[in-house]
Design a binder for this molecule. Structure first.
Ligand code: AMP
Ligand code: ZN
Length: 138
């Protein structure tokens, strides 16, 4: 499905220009127009899925499979010291474009990019109970 009012559907179709790294029938990989760092890329399935809750496992596999290839090429080209894969789902999680996409963000020493969180405390009983509850929903 393609959504008429979706910016990434338009990019996928080529109606909006993008700095394209790779394109197949299913995927497009482009440079982010407002990158966290030099070489920040996005992998976008051409089909419209709002987020991971709509995405099928087969398309997800293609996205991540290509991420392994893109990550190596970006590392080689940019000489980055590390790299984050980031994928936001929902406004509270930082998603601003509601068409599933995966960020590939090269990292450089002392680059100041912030992706961290405060770590909560846990206890084994609660963790095991939660793991079991989630397992029952798989
Ligand atoms: P997210 O916040 O995870 O939804 O990420 C959306 C990303 O899309 C942001 O990093 C934007 O900079 C990027 N973006 C928005 N419009 C464009 C565009 N026309 N071309 C390339 N990247 C874009
Ligand atoms: Zn779309």
């Amino acid at each position: 499905m393609i959504k008429d009012d979706c910016i990434f559907c338009k990019i996928a179709k080529g109606d909006i220009p993008s700095a394209t790294i790779y394109e197949s029938n299913e995927l497009k990989c482009i440079l982010d127009v407002a990158p966290a760092n030099k070489g920040h890329a996005l992998i976008i399935p051409k089909e419209h899925f709002d987020n991971i809750f709509e995405l099928d496992a087969e398309t997800a596999a293609k996205v991540f499979s290509f991420a392994t290839i893109a990550a190596k090429a970006i590392k080689e080209e940019t000489n980055c010291d590390g790299l984050n894969i980031v994928q936001n789902n929902g406004e509270v999680a930082g998603q601003t474009v509601n068409h599933f996409h995966m960020h590939i963000i090269p990292r450089y020493k002392d680059d100041g990019v912030k992706l961290g969180w405060k770590q909560l405390e846990t206890n084994p009983d609660e963790q095991n109970e939660l793991a079991k509850a989630i397992k029952s929903r798989l």
